[in-house]
Design a binder for this molecule. Structure first.
Ligand code: F6R
Length: 614
């Protein structure tokens, strides 16, 4: 989705803005642009296509201005084109604005402004914002007195309905940038005599680790040496800085060909970091940010786990862990469905929200809805201070480090491990599970990083199989129980980055319809890690082999008398954790297929890293 960068300091702004935009490329975009105050004028350079193209726009390298705003656009209103790219200006070219989000009442505001004589060049919802600011700036329609930059921005923002993170510069105020947000992320990085603005921390992580996290309906007025904060009535207040412990190299490729491959190989570290934050063998699990009591947890009659995409798949594993260890019924729901289904939620429901970015619009909306029903809300996120963590009653973090590739890998395995630790934490409070069983599970969790490292050593075998099947049009993933959850995630990875149609089915369900699709040469991938279910899934694989399917099996079982085309052996672990190991070969499989097809692994078509619109 769209990305925002801003700079005010003593260096030339445009190289910093462009570098920031390049750091945000992973979000997915179709156009890019910058606006710099240069020699008393606002100079806008923008076009559709890659950020690098900006460097070829005439005059860009002559810009000397030290204040500017920048944007990568992911088209919503109007096709990708130069006119629709941000920044947008008002008719008088006094203001320039970049905006993430969607203005729902833009048609109405556009008509209003047209009636006042304003013209529009683009089809975007954003272009109304600089014009509306100009309208209020040039005259206050209510009192007919002049108002200043900040008041004009506030008056315009008061008219907007929808979601937004907005940056504005004004020709008459060459030493300040104004920002405001609602339901769309924005952070301000504090430097020494300079300040940075970004929709995502990695954009400016190489300049600073100190950030102000802007709240909903809060204004920031950013100067070179200071930032002032105001609430929605323009009352000024102080704001604390958060220091982010991410290393700037963690947002770089460090010798790997792609971010996705790097992030697959970072999984042992991501899990070590997450586990060591919360788990001790000889002690009870400790989440400092949670204060759940036996009395409260005993009252809970159901748990909802709500998320989207890969995070939802991590939720499915969480359901198995909580139900097995705590015997509390858990429903996993897709956030965009949950919010419109009139869910049965009350003060005896605990709602858990999983979101790597912490900015997914549907997940945040589902959280707000659950709160309004009186449920306690717990967010699991990878990004400190992200929107979801600020809405939830409680937050716990995965420690995966920045995930740049659009396809989620290390965040998934970190979420799964954290869901297991959370289930142990609940079980210890509730005194539901046998202590030995919990201790054994904890030991298995500590062993995960080395087992993933061992699995990564077999990447050549996976590459070999990927080479044989990368031209296929359809593939199927099957498994039972936890292996079905892994199949869902494996299938999503393949779709996302290889554009091969794929489906995941519970192995026993094939014969109820989908087996009609199996014909000579179709690839079926079986995940077999549960000793109680392996023989049953083998029978289902035999049914597809009989119909001509080519098979790849991922297993930790000793299989005898088998006729599968490929078998990848992985280390054994507790069934609640099996997805963390079994998904690794499937991530690599999708990765190599995408590479063999010559696709852009890190930035697959049509997809965005954080989905901040509904
Ligand atoms: C898949 C993927 C997406 C995200 C989903 C939720 O690889 O990355 O399916 O999992 O968009 O994103 P977050 O976790 O940021 O809420």
């Amino acid at each position: 989705m769209c990305g925002i960068v801003g700079y005010i300091g003593n260096q030339k702004a445009h190289p910093i803005l462009i570098k920031g935009l390049l750091n945000l490329e992973y979000r997915g975009y179709d156009s890019a642009g910058i606006a710099v105050i240069d020699n008393g004028n606002i100079c806008v350079k923008k076009d559709k296509g890659r950020v690098e193209n900006l460097l070829n726009i005439e005059g860009i390298n002559d810009l000397k201005g030290t204040i500017g705003i920048a944007h990568t656009r992911w088209a919503t209103h109007g096709k990708p084109s130069k006119e629709n790219s941000h920044p947008h200006s008002d008719n008088s070219k006094n203001f320039a604005v970049v905006h993430n989000g969607i203005i729902e009442n833009y048609n109405e505001l556009r008509e209003f402004l047209k009636n006042k004589g304003y013209n529009f060049i683009s089809q975007t919802d954003t272009e109304i914002i600089p014009n509306l600011i100009h309208y209020y700036y040039s005259q206050n329609p209510k009192t007919n007195t002049e108002i200043d930059f900040l008041k004009a921005v506030k008056s315009a923002v008061d008219d907007l309905k929808g979601s937004y993170a907005i940056q504005v510069i004004c020709k008459d105020y060459p030493d300040e940038i104004i920002v405001v947000r609602k339901d769309s992320p924005l952070v301000i990085g504090k430097g020494n005599g300079e300040n940075f603005i970004a929709s995502d921390i990695p954009a400016v992580l190489s300049y600073t680790k100190d950030f102000y996290l802007l709240d909903d309906n809060e204004y920031g007025v950013i100067y070179r040496n200071v930032v002032h904060f105001f609430d929605s009535s323009l009352l000024e207040h102080n704001k604390a800085i958060k220091t982010i412990d991410w290393d700037s190299s963690s947002a770089e490729k460090c010798g790997f060909e792609d971010y996705m491959l790097k992030e697959i190989y970072e999984q042992p570290t991501a899990i070590r970091e997450t586990v060591s934050s919360y788990l001790r063998i000889e002690e009870k699990c400790n989440f400092e940010s949670l204060n759940f009591t036996k009395e409260y947890l005993s009252k809970i009659d159901k748990i909802y786990i709500i998320a989207c995409g890969t995070a939802m798949h991590a939720g499915l594993v969480g359901k198995s862990a909580i139900e097995k260890l705590c015997r509390i019924p858990v429903t996993v729901d897709i956030a965009s469905e949950f919010r419109y289904r009139d869910p049965i939620v009350d003060s005896n429901t605990l709602c858990i929200f999983i979101s790597q970015s912490g900015e997914t619009a549907d997940t945040i909306a589902a959280l707000k809805l659950s709160k309004s029903f009186g449920a306690k809300t717990l967010a699991i996120s990878n990004v400190i201070g992200s929107s979801i963590t600020r809405e939830a009653d409680y937050t716990i973090y995965t420690h995966a480090g920045p995930e740049i590739a659009v396809a989620s890998t290390k965040a998934y395995t970190s979420q799964v491990v954290l869901m297991n630790i959370l289930a142990i934490y609940f079980a210890e409070i509730l005194e539901k599970s046998n202590k030995n069983d919990l201790d054994n599970l904890k030991r298995e969790i500590f062993d995960l990083p080395s087992k993933i490292e061992k699995t990564l050593d077999d990447s050549e075998e996976i590459k070999d199989f990927a080479k044989k099947v990368y031209t296929q049009k359809d593939m199927f993933f099957i498994g039972r129980g936890m292996d079905y959850n892994t199949s869902l995630e494996g299938s999503l990875k393949l779709k996302e980055i290889s554009y091969i149609h794929s489906e995941a089915y519970p192995a026993g369900e094939l014969k109820h319809g989908p087996i009609a699709l199996i014909e000579n040469g179709v690839t079926v991938i079986g995940v077999l890690t549960d000793e109680h279910l392996t023989q049953k899934s083998i029978s289902n694989l035999q049914e597809v082999i009989t119909r001509g399917a080519r098979t790849l099996v991922i297993t930790n079982q000793v299989l005898t008398n088998i006729n599968f085309d490929y078998v990848i052996n992985i280390p054994c672990t507790n069934p609640l954790l099996s997805s963390i190991i079994a998904i690794v070969p499937l991530q690599l499989f999708s990765y190599y297929i995408s590479k063999f097809k010559g696709l852009d692994v890190d930035k697959p078509r049509n997809l965005a890293k954080s989905v901040t619109v509904e």
